[in-house]
Design a protein around this ligand. Structure first.
Ligand code: NAD
Ligand code: ZN
Ligand code: ZN
Length: 361
């Protein structure tokens, strides 16, 4: 059996997205069919549309989602129809060398559904990040579903499925920021602002937000930035040093993915400080720096995949904090939109008008 639903696909590089019929197989063993309730529009969906991630068109876009399990494959014991879940794009295998060494957030063998979703003519679809949630229903691996409290609105819960988790986790898990640290965040979109929020949650002594868009800096203040720097007007390295007694920040989080902003992060940290790269660079980007500076400045240079999160640990924890009023995740939802408005939401993202547009189904 299959279901036929509406979904948003990217047919070719740079072509506007379109809504079409998507055929979704019933779940086999280890799979789950999920009725999507909300899915955020992430920069990565735009990367897919632009051919920046691969050439496996057509893509079924959307990967920052929450919904309700409709059916599970035979033998499923952990999930049941009716469960409210957040989808994740790193379902941990438990078997690979990272998992076996007790570091499952690095899992080198994450998995997705085995069966393929298709167009009506049978053309296989590539689901974005193995999810494909700009659709009424999607098929994922059961391990991609994490149950959370259904009291959380789906448009809020879904954001933990990608950008907000990546930013929070860059601060809380990868760095990790500890009480009293000085922190700078370069790039204050959805991911950077989540890093600001994570730094506040961890008890940072100062949080310096850097962006080139004054509107983004205003929002960063609302998430907990204690200082803001417009790097179009002010040298961010000098300013961050000035704000930290001339030393530089203990932790600098780069949430853009560009060599020049990485370089700013590298020099804006204190001796023995930590740089976390959570922004995703493109293949042609290069960085050239004196090797002596790597040695002489010491510390740690880290990358953050999905905020080094463990969905089963972090999603219930963070939704719990949200429900207690301690984590204003709803502030990331700039607007809720229909499936038809995804293309328009890409344009708003490019113009910097939103932190997150969220499709509500
Ligand atoms: N590591 C992960 O697991 C992960 C997960 C999700 C997203 N990402 C990546 O994180 C990055 C940010 O995503 P987002 O959704 O927040 O994007 P976004 O477009 O909403 O935000 C980017 C921000 O950077 C600012 N900016 C751009 N150029 C700048 C410059 N030169 N100096 C200072 N600020 C500048 C923009 O004004 C904007 O506020 C992207 O590269 C995305 O692909 C990574
Ligand atoms: Zn693994
Ligand atoms: Zn994403």
């Amino acid at each position: 059996m299959t279901s036929t639903v509406r979904g948003v696909i990217a047919r070719g590089k740079g072509e506007p997205v379109e809504i079409t019929s998507v055929v979704v197989p019933d779940p086999g063993p280890g799979e789950a069919l999920v009725r999507i309730q909300a899915c955020g529009v992430c920069h990565t969906d735009l990367h897919y549309r632009e051919g920046g991630i691969g050439d496996d068109f057509p893509y079924l876009l959307g990967h920052e989602a929450a919904g309700v399990v409709e059916a599970t494959g035979d033998g499923e014991t952990r999930l049941a129809p009716g469960d409210f879940v957040i989808l994740n794009w790193r379902a941990v295998c438990g078997q690979c060398r990272a998992c076996r060494r007790g570091r499952p957030w690095y899992c080198f063998s994450t998995h997705n559904a085995r069966q393929q979703m298709t167009l009506s003519d049978g053309t296989p679809l590539s689901p974005a990040l193995g999810i494909g949630a700009f659709a009424e229903k999607t098929l994922v691996a059961a391990g991609q579903c994490t149950k959370v409290d259904p009291a959380v609105p789906p448009e809020v819960a879904g954001l933990l499925g990608c950008g907000v988790m990546a930013g929070l986790g860059a601060a809380l898990n990868t760095a990790p920021v500890t009480r009293g640290d000085t922190v700078a965040v370069i790039g204050c979109g959805g991911v950077g602002d989540a890093a600001v929020l994570g730094a506040r949650l961890a008890g940072a002594a100062a949080i310096i937000a850097v962006d080139i868009d004054p509107r983004k800096l205003e929002w960063a203040r609302e998430f907990g930035a204690t200082h803001v720097v417009n790097s179009r007007e002010t040298d961010p390295v000098a300013r961050i040093q000035q704000l930290t007694d001339g030393n530089g920040a203990d932790v600098v989080i780069e949430a853009i993915g560009r060599p020049e902003t990485y370089q700013q992060a590298f020099y804006a940290r204190d001796l023995a400080g930590t740089v976390v790269l959570v922004g995703v660079p493109t293949p042609e980007m290069r960085l050239e720096l004196p090797l002596l500076d790597f040695f002489g400045r010491g510390g740690a240079l880290k990358s953050s995949w999905y905020g080094d999160c463990l969905p089963e640990r972090d999603f219930p924890l963070l939704t719990g904090l949200y429900l207690q009023g301690r984590l204003p995740l709803d502030k990331f939802v700039s607007e809720t939109i229909a499936l038809e408005a995804v293309e328009d939401a890409f344009a708003k993202m490019a113009r910097g008008e939103v932190l997150r547009s969220v499709v509500k189904l």
